[in-house]
Design a protein. Structure first.
Length: 581
């Protein structure tokens, strides 16, 4: 088990390495920021010269020359500010694009691993939060913070008292910013968590809309969603109120401070200690010096979400290391073996399969039977590599499943889950496993093997009929046939079918048995997790699981006699004991 702090450091190092890829652009932004902040002195210097020179000399030529120069400098400042904003936008997009595939894969893998904390499994949302932080004006304000002393120094040049007032005001704003950070951290975290729970519940209800409607659950579902939504709104309002309080305080105090600067400057002008131009310029400089702090306080929610996203991404990527490139193995034969396999489902501490061992050869079909909760579906997930064994090995043609890349392994093992889920797209795209370049011939062959070809042709647009995530107009049996065709797409050498006839009628069951016969004749290995006897009609071997342990494995007829004999012995045991007594 990887400790959280170790995982965090590994992930943070990976994120930092990706961020360093754009370090030249960050340096470019820093250079642009230097010149932007230098050009910020244009306004105060212009005011200083207008009040102290132009008004005193009444020189129109000097005013025109100064105004033209100022217009040029402001134009250059606007261009540089625009350019650095575009660079930061592209840095954020580049950071996200660079990590999209990595985070997407890690988020999928995290759902099957015990070592990934639940809060770290929202990878794509966290990546977007970091991207928004990079592109936000608040981060550009961070580039402006190092130049704050420059503006304070300019104020001190005008007069010591003005500088001290500005420095005291800046210290107050910094204290407000720190208080904002400490006060709003927990409310923001609570708001984000409540929002996530509300969205997750809403998505779940929408995904099961047919069941909700059919069972008259709309009112109850809405009530529960409204509770989650209300908690999210309350938390969001609380966080917004807290952040808004500090934002208002910061803005109000800054405006008051500018007026105080003007008042103190006016007093110093009346006392003959400084000029009117210096008074105006000092007020402008102070406003510019405090602007980055005000921006950071106002955008603190973006900072907080970005920091939390960075922390969770670090934990996610550190817990799910990037898969190393594996040596490409030749196409395997349908020889599948389990060696003392123990499986612990994600999020649980207790194994649901313990010390399972068997060997299956090409052309053999294995029926896996047992009571509900015995571990049949767990075995199906382990055979497909979805859940990795906590102990033991599952081997395909001698190679452990973890020696195959996940996408490569998926081409060799076809999987029909107990609950078939389609994706938004056409039937062809679903059978082709959502490939961007589906092979039409392979799609039709898979559908024919699954006895789904004729059924698909009767649909309005045939293979181009669009379906939704819940199947749309397709019945449960039709969805299951499409799922079976998807499992057979690409000619896999092993088929793992979990309750494949649960939604099939008699014709569908016969078509399924025919598909199993065809797969066996082609030298494939087939595993069928079943409750209904019709599903194991074509099976050669039978594997019985009881309480997560292997109870029996061998030829179907032999195992059936053994299981029935044991069952009969157990049922007669009370009578025999009674006779003895």
């Amino acid at each position: 088990m990887i400790r959280s702090d170790q995982a965090y450091r590994r992930g943070a190092a990976e994120l930092a390495a990706v961020r360093r890829e754009g370090r030249l652009l960050y340096w470019a932004v820093a250079v642009f920021s230097f010149f932007v902040n230098l050009l910020m002195l244009t306004g105060p210097l212009y005011m200083l010269n207008v009040y102290d020179r132009v008004l005193g000399s009444r020189s129109l030529e000097t005013l025109i020359a100064l105004s033209v120069l100022v217009a040029f400098l402001y134009g250059m400042m606007g261009i540089l500010d625009f350019v650095r904003g575009r660079v930061m936008g592209r840095l954020g997009a580049r950071f996200q694009a660079r990590l999209d595939r990595r985070v997407f894969a890690a988020s999928l893998m995290a759902q099957t691993l015990n070592r990934v904390p639940q809060e770290a499994r929202t990878g794509l949302r966290d990546l977007e939060a970091v991207q928004r932080l990079i592109t936000s004006p608040a981060l550009m304000a961070v580039f402006d913070v190092p130049f704050i002393p420059l503006f304070f120094a300019g104020i001190f040049v005008f007069h010591m008292d003005l500088g001290l007032l500005a420095l005291a005001g800046g210290a107050v704003l910094i204290v407000v910013a720190l208080a904002n950070q400490m006060t709003t951290k927990k409310p923001l975290e609570a708001a984000n968590a409540a929002s996530f729970q509300s969205e997750a519940l809403g998505a779940q209800i929408r995904g099961e809309s047919e069941m909700v409607h059919a069972l008259g659950m709309r009112g109850a579902a809405f009530d529960r969603w409204q509770i989650a939504r209300g908690a999210s709104l309350d938390a969001s309002i609380g966080a917004a109120d807290s952040a808004g309080t500090f934002t208002a305080m910061t803005r109000t105090f800054r405006l008051f401070l500018q007026s105080a600067m003007l008042g103190l400057g006016a007093l110093l002008v009346l006392q003959g200690e400084m000029t009117a131009g210096a008074m105006i310029a000092g007020s402008i400089l102070m406003g510019r010096a405090l602007a980055p702090i005000e921006m950071i306080v106002g955008q603190w929610a973006v900072f907080q979400k970005g920091r939390e996203g960075w922390a969770r991404l670090s934990l996610l990527l550190g817990s799910v290391p990037e898969e190393e490139a594996r040596t490409a193995l030749p196409a395997p034969r349908a020889i599948l073996s389990a060696e003392s396999v123990t499986v612990v489902p994600p999020g649980e501490q207790q194994a649901s399969l313990r010390l399972i061992s068997f060997d299956v050869k090409p052309g053999q079909a294995v029926g896996v039977i047992g009571t509900s909760g015995a571990g049949k579906s767990t075995l199906a997930r382990a055979l497909t590599g979805v859940w990795r064994p906590a102990g033991g090995k599952i081997r395909l043609d001698g190679a452990a499943l973890d020696q195959y890349d996940a996408d490569t392994l998926g081409k060799h093992i076809g999987y029909l889950p107990q609950r078939v889920q389609l994706f938004d797209g056409t039937i062809k795209e679903n059978i082709a496993r959502m490939s961007m370049t589906p092979d039409d011939d392979a799609v039709v062959r898979a559908a024919q093997k699954a006895a789904a070809h004729d059924m698909i042709l009767r649909l309005p647009d045939g293979y181009d009929t669009r379906v939704t995530a819940n199947g749309g107009r397709l019945s449960g049996g039709q969805i299951q046939r499409v799922g079976l065709a998807r499992a057979m797409y690409g000619d896999p050498v092993v088929l793992v079918l979990d309750e494949p006839n649960s939604n099939l009628d008699n014709d569908g069951s016969m078509a399924l048995n025919n598909a199993i016969r065809v797969a066996k004749s082609e030298g494939k290995a087939v595993f069928i997790m079943a409750h209904r006897p019709a599903a194991i009609q074509e099976c050669d071997l039978l594997l019985v699981i009881e309480g997560g342990a292997l109870r029996a494995f061998g030829p179907k007829d032999e195992v059936m006699r053994k299981v029935l004999s044991n069952a009969q012995t157990l049922s007669n045991a009370p009578t025999q004991l009674a006779g003895v007594q």
